[in-house]
Design a protein around this ligand. Structure first.
Ligand code: HEC
Length: 155
């Protein structure tokens, strides 16, 4: 009796841990096992998104983002809506809404650059994009959250 009630939290912990690890693979990490599966379409898109946003952080911080910077990654990040994930069963109903919010925040960043491109406005719009990464990850894939938070520009 007692053993079964105690097993539940333990099992939940094990599952949470494995989900965390699965989502923690870093693109730059050396592969210990060469037979490790190829990343899913969605994971590959996420790696591109991470690299793109990390590359733009310094420009956002300096207030020197250009329309071209955002334009080129908008198309590259569009597959977030349709790319197939590693574990479809873990994708929640909230996913499409977060994906749309992410892309519309990229559009808002573009608009901010177009209209009022001062440094403060750039940082605010850039951080709003990263906040959307964060929101979706809180529900779907907590592993990379620290890395994602690190892309935010300190205000
Ligand atoms: C709409 C939800 C959503 C948004 C928005 C989102 N992600 Fe993800 N992300 C996921 C899911 C789900 C996975 C797991 C993908 C898989 O394993 O197929 C993932 C995986 C990742 C990974 C791990 C990739 C790997 O190597 O396995 C990183 C890093 C990542 N995201 C970073 C980001 C960054 C940075 C942003 C914003 C620029 C972002 N994500 C926006 C849902 C999201």
């Amino acid at each position: 009796m007692k053993a079964t009630t105690m097993n539940k939290p333990l099992l939940a912990g094990v599952f949470a841990l494995s989900a965390l690890l699965a989502c923690q693979q870093e693109p730059a990490a050396p592969k210990r096992n060469p037979r490790v599966a190829e990343p899913s379409e969605l994971a590959a898109t996420m790696r591109t998104m991470t690299a793109d946003m990390e590359a733009l952080k310094a420009k956002a911080q300096a207030g020197t983002l250009t329309l071209a910077d955002v334009e080129s990654l908008r198309a590259a990040h569009e597959p977030i809506k349709t790319a197939s994930p590693t574990k479809p069963e873990e994708i929640k109903e909230s996913f499409p809404g977060f994906a749309e919010a992410y892309l519309s925040n990229l559009d808002a960043l573009y608009d901010a650059l177009k209209t009022q491109a001062d440094r403060e406005a750039q940082i605010e719009a850039f951080n709003a994009v990263i906040a959307t990464c964060e929101s979706c990850h809180q529900q779907h894939c907590p592993g990379p959250l620290d890395r994602i938070r690190g892309i935010k520009v300190a205000e």
